[in-house]
Design a protein around this ligand. Sequence first.
Ligand SMILES: [Zn+2]
Length: 227
Amino acid sequence: MAEVKSAPQTLTDADSLESSRRTFLTSVLGVPALAAMAYAASGPIGSLMAQTTQPASSQPAEKSLAQELKDDFAEECQVGYSYRVFAQQAMRDKRPGIARLFRTLAEAERVHADLLLLVREAVKDTAANLQASADYEHYLASEVLPKHSAQAEQTDHPSEASALRKLTGASEIHSNVLKQGLAALHAGKDMETQMSVCPVCGTLMLGAAPDSCPVCASRKVTFLTVE
Ligand SMILES: [Zn+2]
């Protein structure tokens, strides 16, 4: 019988966080639109993502070039996001060079996604981008995610339903934060408050990082910040 070596298992905070996040991502990755949205979070979304989440046409031969480009954008986002998660797995497998390969490829896919937005001339001014993004997050929170959550509950998938409920709460908060950004813009100001993101459920919070996440109640985690 082959000897199986295993390191002593101690559940550190980092392990616990990674486990929570992994479970969460596994659930989320079953929803392609959300994976794409997560990857595209640094760029304008709103109506762009709403368009890319439409089901593929049943008559692909009749798709317009514009629709093809939207679909290509969605594909690039999803592939790039998957590469980021694959890099995390490579790190868990103690292969930092392969992890770097996946992270670098993810950057390449991001460049491709940017290029597809540019050729479509799909990026509007910041006010329009804020409004479209706020509307889309609200659409997710009020229509898409509750429906998926209910479906998960009805089909006896409690962990998926739980993840989707967290996403619903996060999306509504994101919509409100985007509206605050729009209000600041209309007032001739910028957003200067601190911001952080829950590493477990992805909720964005304004101001100093709280003791616990308002959506998933995670405590004692390092909330993520973006410069
Ligand atoms: Zn959270």
